[in-house]
Ligand binder design. Sequence first.
Ligand SMILES: NC(=O)c1ccc[n+]([C@@H]2O[C@H](COP(=O)([O-])OP(=O)(O)OC[C@H]3O[C@@H](n4cnc5c(N)ncnc54)[C@H](O)[C@@H]3O)[C@@H](O)[C@H]2O)c1
Length: 369
Amino acid sequence: MHLTADLSPLHIQSRQWDYDVTFATDIAGAIDQLNLEGTHALVVVDEQVALAYDAELAPLTQQHPTLILPATEATKSLAGVGQLIDWLLANNAVRSSRIVAIGGGCIQDLVSFTAHVYYRGIDWVFLPTTVLSQSDSCIGAKSGINVLPYKNPLGTLHSPRQIAITTAFTQTLPDLEIASGYGEIVKLAVTGPRHFFGRLKDALDEGGIRTPHLLELTRASLAAKQVIIEEDEYETDLRRILNYGHSFGHALEAISGHNVPHGLGVLWGIDLINWLGVRWGMTDPELAERMSVLIREQFQDALNYRLPIDPKAEDLVAMVARDKKVAHGRMHFAVLRTEGDLVIEPRVLDDQLRSDVAEYLRGDYPFKA
Ligand SMILES: NC(=O)c1ccc[n+]([C@@H]2O[C@H](COP(=O)([O-])OP(=O)(O)OC[C@H]3O[C@@H](n4cnc5c(N)ncnc54)[C@H](O)[C@@H]3O)[C@@H](O)[C@H]2O)c1
């Protein structure tokens, strides 16, 4: 094991304001790291988290007005935003108040969006509680709000003032929820100059998805993402590489009726785009194989997870065609060449692609039903 336990803060530069991500080994430590002294703080907490960590969160929830919300797609909707605004007004939140968000990506999106529009922008800080929100979504400033049935058509860019992370929260997450967060960790492990695939593999080999090294992996993921978002916070070319694994991953999720957890869809999408990348003469075959083995061992076999559907190449490619990254009939795929080297490859969504995907699906791919 050559994971160095670097838990020093990450200082994220953002167009709005810079902020720190700090790391703590327990919940009390993470709360201590939040600099709330002298601020009018209001707490918004995921109801599962409030239930599971009632005693640990008491220093926050007993001292500040607290709103407990279910983390559902209906909560992060315009109606949910309205409900939160009503509560902020009823609790006298002013321009200088600060919202403390405690939960996963759902609570993050709701609070981040609302903080952006309330009095044209108030501060918020974040205690993320899921693997996805800790290792990926907490930095980057994006929010997505639903106008149901449409997912995330509304959004803002509103950075938090601080993020304090402890993986102690993740002990109450079900295995599938944890595994789903790893979709982004595996992606970030091969992204940019701070890639860390070898360290990820060692940590998983040693302790599986609940590895004691999860906090170090989380920091490593954010450090890898940091390089990309600092250069390209506003989603142009460079940031597109963060879609690695997502084009076919999203397509699989969609054609399964969203019965495939997001991160597992991404892991599958990574395997498929690596396979295509090898075929296109772009991806290092040996790395594609190592990644495929890791996905099978740690996620398919360890969790005994199989896809609920038998996807068809035509359906997948048709779904990819609806992606917003399609321009002039070409999809802009993020393709891995070797560790740390992802490129954007425009490809026509034609019969050749359908035939290649069909060949992949005839083989023994990860999570095959
Ligand atoms: N803004 C972004 O950049 C961004 C990026 C990716 C995803 N998202 C959004 O994030 C959402 C998904 O977020 P998520 O995967 O973090 O999960 P989530 O917030 O949807 O929560 C998933 C479930 O886990 C529960 N939960 C949360 N923390 C827990 C804990 N510590 N112990 C036990 N249960 C816990 C929640 O109550 C919920 O039932 C989606 O709505 C997605 O659109 C946003």
